[in-house]
Every structure is written in structure tokens, then in C-alpha cells.
Design a protein around this ligand. Sequence first.
Ligand code: NAD
Length: 302
Amino acid sequence: MTATIIDGKAFAASVREKVQAHVAHLKASHGIVPGLAVVLVGEDPASQVYVRSKGKQTVEVGMKSVEHKLDADTAEADLLAMIKDLNADDSIHGILVQLPLPGHLNEDLVINAIEPAKDVDGFHISNVGLLGTGQKSMVPCTPLGCLMMLRAHHGSLSGLDAVIIGRSNIVGKPMAQLLLGDSCTVTIAHSRTKDLPDVVRRADIVVAAVGRAEMVLGDWIKPGATVVDVGINRIDAGTKEDGSQKTRLVGDVDFASVSAVAGAVTPVPGGVGPMTIACLLANTLTACCRANSIAEPEGLTV
Ligand code: NAD
């Protein structure tokens, strides 16, 4: 079997188009412009790239983008004061603090200082609890993007066996809640799981969120299963002509062997990654609609 490639780039473009159209409608009918504030502390190069990309795409769909760049040694009290101001700012509907934070800052404290209704990353403890109890919440962007692609590919997910590899708070656990919400039978595997290949072989849906390059192999996959690769790993790809090192991005899934067995697979790059930022824009729009008691567009959240 040769797997269908689930094109996350094209899917993300369609989500952005939907967001853009609704933003235009909000402006024209209600005079409201959704606003997203992104706070970056320090100079982590990967975080800088993400923040730039988020800001650019926010503006492209017609929203207001505000970026706050703080020094790596910013005091916790100053960061909390900034979040308090953003919580009170009516022109800001979404607040995102780029993680990871420098070691002297307490991530839990900082994330839980964000007003839950503006917590477009869905990491605030209130949103975690709401999602876990099946109530309306802000849903973490990466798992939301995975769910959108799975729903689009399968239609109903009801009764399917899903195995999620990885139990992080930002991907694995919320992914499990979302798939449970769609009536899958969910298993969360992790670093202590016994006989991981055997567990994965039961799955109709596999979500790999581990951070280990090309770990999931074709002979772990049930023929015809759908495989969603969340991993982003930079690996050595030899040397350039000038002697410098080449790298390339790969997922947690060994694409060549898995795509020969699976029914469908998301590629890296071009799969989950673009959907994550598209879902951040969707969450900002959702937060804006909720703040103004305006109907939310269909299909952009759960
Ligand atoms: P994490 O390090 O917080 O969690 C990794 C999980 O993998 C842990 O729960 C651990 O138990 C499990 N694990 C580790 N080794 C294992 C093994 N040998 N067998 C089974 N399970 C194992 O990572 P995370 O933040 O959840 O991210 C996972 C990956 O997804 C990373 O590559 C990250 O870069 C990527 N990611 C991508 C996006 C995106 O937008 N595409 C967003 C978030 C994370």
C-alpha cells in the first residue's frame, strides 16, 4: 500500500482563508479587529523564528499583531505585570507566551496568569480542566490541528482505536482528550510503555509526539492505519561543498517505511507544523467572537 499524504500545508491555507473571511466579516459588520499579543522572553533562535512567523500570519489574515520582546533576564514580576496589562486590554483577544521560558521563570505561574478566555495556547489550568470535562475551552493548537486533519480524512472517528505516543501537557494529553471526545478508544504510550511496537500495531490512528527522529517504523503500523507525525527533529544531512554541516527536518515517523504500510500519513515538513499556526489564528478568532458574544465560525474549534 502507498499511503495518502495528508497535506497539512494546503489544509492550513484553507483554515487561514476561513479565518481571514470571518475577520473581514467581523470588521465590516461589528467594527471589531481580533488582536493577538505574543510575548517572547530571551533570544532562543527557534522561538524567534516561530514568533516572527506567527506575527506575519496574524497580519496576513487581517488581525492585529502585537509582539513584546523581553530580555532573557526579565524579572518574573515584570512579566506578570505585562500579562496583567494584556489581560485588561480590550483590543487584545489572544495572549501567547512563547515557551520555553528562561530557567528563572516559573512557566506554570506565568501561563496561569493569562486570562483563560485569552489563553489561545490552551495551556491555562482552567482550559485543561474544561477540555478534560468536555466543556467549551481554548484548545491547544497542535492537537487541534491534528484533530482537524483526522476529521477531514476520516469523517467520523467514532470507535476507532487511537494510540498516542507521548504524554506531554502540550501535545499527548490534550490529543488524548480530543480523540476521546470524538469517541475513539484511546491509549497513551510513553517512554515506559512495554513493547511499544505491539501497542502501536493495534491502532487505526497513530499520533507520534515524542521528539525522536524516525523512531516509528513501518512494521509497527497496522496496514491502512492513519499516522499523524507531530515530531520536529533536525538531523545531520552530510556536509555542504564549503565544508559546513547540512541538516534536514524529519519527524518521529520513518516516512519511507511507514508510508508503504499506512493508509494515510502526515509529512514532516508540511504536515502538523503549518496547522499549528493556523489553529493559533483560529483560536484568536474564536476568543474574539466569545469576548464579543458573536457566533463562532463553524469548524475552527471543537
Ligand atoms: P516532550 O519532550 O514534552 O514529550 C515527549 C514524550 O515522548 C514524553 O511524554 C515521553 O514519555 C515520550 N517518549 C520519550 N521517549 C520515548 C520512547 N522511546 N518511547 C515512547 N515514548 C517516548 O515533547 P512534546 O513537547 O510533546 O513534543 C514532541 C515532539 O513534537 C517534539 O519533536 C516537538 O518538537 C514536536 N512538536 C511539534 C509541534 C508542531 O507544531 N508540529 C508542536 C509541539 C511539539
